[in-house]
Every structure is written in C-alpha cells, then in structure tokens.
Design a protein around this ligand. Structure first.
Ligand SMILES: Cc1cc2nc3c(=O)[nH]c(=O)nc-3n(C[C@H](O)[C@H](O)[C@H](O)COP(=O)(O)OP(=O)(O)OC[C@H]3O[C@@H](n4cnc5c(N)ncnc54)[C@H](O)[C@@H]3O)c2cc1C
Length: 498
C-alpha cells in the first residue's frame, strides 16, 4: 500500500479531511495468519501541523579521551551496548576482543564453509559483533521487562538499521546488513575517544582479594579498570580462568537438539493456508511450535525463513550448527532449531562446568572431519530408520547420513520424536515430512554456565559479568539490554553517571 493510500485510509477512519493531516506514521505492523484470510494489521499515528516529532531519539555521545576508563571484554551485542552506554555517560570504554574485525571475519567464515578449515579465534562465535554478527538479526525478545528495548532498536537505527525495526512486531535485520551496523557502532566508539582492540584475548583477571582491578591478555598486556565481562557462551577458557581466580559459577539448565530444514514453499503453504505461490504482499512465513513431551518442553527456536544453516563451532573436533537469513529472506529453504529442555538436575555431576561438559560430549559425538554434518530425514527419524538418501540442504559442508538416536542423549531424542509427531498433528501431517532434514547438533541455544552476580550485577567490586555467556541473556536484544544495565551499574558504582 502506498503512503498516500495509507494516509487517505487513516483520515477516512478518523473522519477528518486529508488536507488537515500533515503526515501519517506506522507505529505497529503485524501479520495475523491464524485464518485463511491472512491479514496485515497496521497501527497508525496521524499528525496535524508542520512538525511531527522525530521517529526516535538520537543518542548524543560526549568525547571521552582522558576520562575514567572501564574495560569491556568481548564485542558481541552485550559488549557493544555496554561500551556505547559507558560512552554516553562519559566513561571511556576500552574494548578487548579476541577475534578480528567483522570484514576479516567474513573471510574466515567463508573459508570454513568452503574448505572446512576453522580459525579458532575467528569464526561464527568469535570476532567483532560476536555471535550476533552473522546471526539472523531477529530482534524480538521476551525480556522487555528487563530494560528498554526501544533504546536498543533506536541505537541500531541510528547506526544504519532499517527504520521498520521500530514498528515491526517481529523485527529482523539480516545477516548481510548486520556487519555494517556493527562497524558503524565501533566507529562511534572510536570517534568519541573510546578504543576497540582486536586480537586481544583476555586470559586472566587482576584481582586483589574480592576486587577485580583489570585484566591480563594472552600477549602479556594488562588493562586496568572495572571490568564488564561479556565474552559469550562459547568462551570456555573464560569460565576456566574465572574458576581459578576464585569466582563463583554454577551449572545452568539449557536446551539442545537439531536444526530442522524444510522447503520455504512448504512452510508458506502451511502457515498461509494456501497451495501454490505465496501472495507477494506476504513475507516468507515463519513458524513457532511448542509442546510438552514426557514432562519436557520441546520447541522451535531461532526460526530463519529463507535462510541457511551454518557450521557454528569455535573449536576443531566439535560439531555445532546454527541458522541465519539475509534481510530479503529470499532463500528457498527455511530452518529452525528444534530443541528439548535439558535440566541441570538431570546430570550426574553438579560442578559448575558439568553442563558444559555434557553438551560438549554431544558436540564431539556429532563431529566429522571437515565439519561434515550428521543428518537424517525427519520422517525416517520418527520411524527409527537411517535415511538411505538425503534431500538438498543449505548446509555448506558435506552431510553424512546418521541415526540421531546414536548421537543425541536418548531422552532428548525421544522428546524430539514425540514433539515432531505433535507438530505433525498440529499441521495436518504436513510439517512432519520426508522433505524435512535434521542436522545435528543445535547446542549453543543458551549458556550451560552461569557466572553469579549480586543484585547490583557484580561479582565482588569491579567485575560485572554480562550477556549470554554470563547466563543472563539468550539473544541479541536481551544481551544488549544486559550489557547496557551492567554499564549503568558500573557508572553508578564509580560515581561516573553524568
Ligand atoms: C548463526 C547465529 C544466528 C543467530 N541468530 C540470532 C537471531 O536471529 N536473534 C537473536 O536474538 N539471537 C541470535 N543468535 C544468538 C545471538 O547472536 C547471541 O545470543 C548474542 O550474540 C549473545 O551476545 P553476547 O554479547 O552475550 O555474546 P557473543 O555475541 O557471543 O559475544 C561475545 C564476544 O566476546 C569475545 N570473547 C570471548 N572470549 C574472549 C576473551 N577471552 N577475550 C576477549 N574477547 C573474548 C568473542 O569473540 C565475542 O565477540 C544467533 C547466533 C548465531 C551463532
């Protein structure tokens, strides 16, 4: 619908003349596909007069060279938003990132996809932007109670994201656009006197009793100041040095399973209740399934319409998959994580790294040289057959036909089997199909470890664990909110909030 048509429709609904209205703005857009007549619902705000208010509040950043410094470990969503918040409040962020800048990183992930060669410091988990850089960039979160989602979205728009993320009910940026936005955020930090240093792998804390005074890097360099630790959930070495410095950690429940891939056209026809080509006014369809199987939650996670499956490991010898989609979501396939709950009480061991080791064992069992991935057709898995052939897939490395029952813990495999049958029933049998492919394993859904912190988000004076790796976030927006909050607490504690 054109802008003029929208304006006319809004004026007609409000019974006001068109020429008394200066502009019309979308404030919410959602798709209601529950019935056959799929609807796009719009909420509009209509303005009279010449100066409608700005779409969002632009954040102004002061110049901070020579000001109080704070160290930020990791430049994923939590670290980026922590650094921007410090900057906004007049504190000089010194960001230490073990990986490379996002454009160098692109070359390393391309080599991994093409040749199966992994750089353990530059991959889908490590480097500028963190796991968020090549992520799908879906920005919905259930954590709006925890912080200001609008501010996170506004900062993304300020750095180049499409304005539509401010009003879409399921905002999405796309893995092709995220690197440019992340780079623009880094430039803001650098241009205002902060620093972002690459190839700086933090290997230890400088502690005096309970107080953290700074960090030490692998190259021997030291950085002093209060520390926001936002290293993500793939940085297992960080958990080890925290434990050896006397920090308190605990094992955390998580969820594991597989990536499931269907033809996008099939998902469109299920979700939009129509055979044949999708209506061009509708975006590639997404889905969200959830059920209980034997008292265990089974659900879809991080669904990527028109997306691809990627090898997301950060260590050789371990297999991990994840999914992403470009801004157009124009690919022929749809994928999602299909996962079942894994509770820490179910483990035989209870030490802080018990869940991490459990998950790592699954990743090791699933590994094949060159990151060839174990795969099985969805219907074969449900019937208990190894697939004699595999359908086409977007996973860039070879596929190896395998029985998921041999690779996944038995209680996870049986919960997934039951869940798939339930999802099949919910869709008249269409979702549970011979054309759907399971690729294993999906294990990095949330952190298997929690770094404990008090009500002020600290562990002892000077250490602020934040984001997904600390166990307090599970996605781009929630990690960004957590990083923001950690920076605000730090500013409050050190009397730097201006
Ligand atoms: C392929 C893929 C797709 C995804 N899609 C989505 C999506 O669509 N929507 C969504 O909400 N979430 C998505 N996620 C998850 C999301 O990316 C993460 O939840 C989010 O990035 C977590 O942010 P974080 O800052 O806490 O940690 P990370 O993003 O993991 O960042 C941690 C950073 O710390 C650095 N680091 C680690 N150890 C050290 C060290 N010792 N020294 C210095 N630096 C260190 C790492 O290199 C990394 O850059 C996706 C993830 C992947 C892998």
């Amino acid at each position: 619908m054109s802008y003029t048509a929208l304006k006319t429709a809004a004026c007609r609904r409000l019974r006001i003349p068109d020429d008394e209205t200066s502009s019309v703005r979308i404030v919410r857009r959602s798709i209601d596909a529950r019935r056959r007549d799929v609807r796009i619902n719009l909420s509009l705000r209509v303005f009279a007069g010449d100066n409608p208010p700005e779409l969002y509040r632009k954040t102004e950043f002061p110049y901070v060279e020579g000001k109080k410094e704070a160290v930020v470990v990791g430049f994923g969503p939590a670290g980026i938003f922590a650094a921007l918040t410090l900057l906004e409040h007049g504190i000089r962020p010194v960001v230490l990132e073990r990986g490379k800048n996002v454009h160098e990183r692109l070359k390393d992930t391309a080599r991994l996809s093409r040749d199966g060669i992994l750089d353990p410091e530059s991959n889908y988990a490590f480097g500028e932007g963190g796991a968020g850089a090549f992520s799908d960039g879906k920005l919905y979160t259930r954590s709006s109670k925890r912080g200001d989602v609008g501010r996170i979205l506004a900062l993304l728009v300020q750095h180049g994201a499409e304005e539509s993320i401010l009003w879409d009910s399921h905002p999405h940026i796309g893995s092709d656009r995220l690197p440019y936005i992340i780079e623009a955020m880094r430039r803001t930090i650098e241009e205002h006197g902060g620093s972002v240093l690459f190839g700086k792998k933090v290997t230890g804390l400088m502690r005096k009793g309970d107080e953290t005074e700074g960090v030490v890097c692998q190259d021997g360099s030291e950085y002093r100041g209060p520390v926001i630790l936002a290293a993500g959930h793939s940085a297992k070495d960080v958990y080890s040095f925290l434990l050896s410095s006397g920090c308190s950690l605990e094992a955390k429940s998580t969820a594991i399973g597989v990536r499931l891939e269907h033809p996008q056209a099939l998902i469109d026809s299920i979700q939009y209740h129509a055979a044949g080509k999708r209506n061009p006014f509708l975006p590639p369809a997404a889905y969200s399934f959830v059920t209980q199987a034997g008292g265990r939650g089974v659900y879809s996670f991080c669904m990527c319409p028109g997306g691809v499956i990627v090898p997301a490991a950060s260590e050789d010898g371990l297999q991990v998959v994840n999914g992403m989609s470009p801004s157009s979501r124009g690919g022929k396939m749809a994928n999602s994580g299909m996962i079942a709950e894994l509770r820490k009480e179910e483990l035989e061991e209870s030490d802080p790294l018990a869940m991490l080791r459990f998950v790592e064992n699954v990743e090791r069992r699933c590994f094949n040289p060159g990151f060839a991935a174990p795969a099985q057709r969805m219907d074969d898995f449900v019937k208990g057959h190894v697939s004699s052939s595999l359908p086409v897939s977007t996973y860039p490395r070879p596929l190896v036909s395998a029985a998921m029952d041999d690779l996944l813990p038995p209680f996870i495999a049986s919960a997934l089997r039951e869940g798939f049958q339930a999802f099949g029933r919910m869709t008249g049998g269409r979702f549970l199909t011979h054309d759907a492919l399971m690729i294993a394993p999906e294990t990095r859904t949330s952190s298997p470890v929690r770094i404990l912190r008090d009500q002020n988000m600290r562990q002892g004076r000077g250490l602020y664990p934040a984001g997904e790796g600390a166990g307090y976030a599970g996605g781009i927006v929630s990690a960004a909110i957590d990083g923001t909050e950690a920076a605000l607490r730090l500013g409050g504690d050190y009397g730097c909030l201006c």
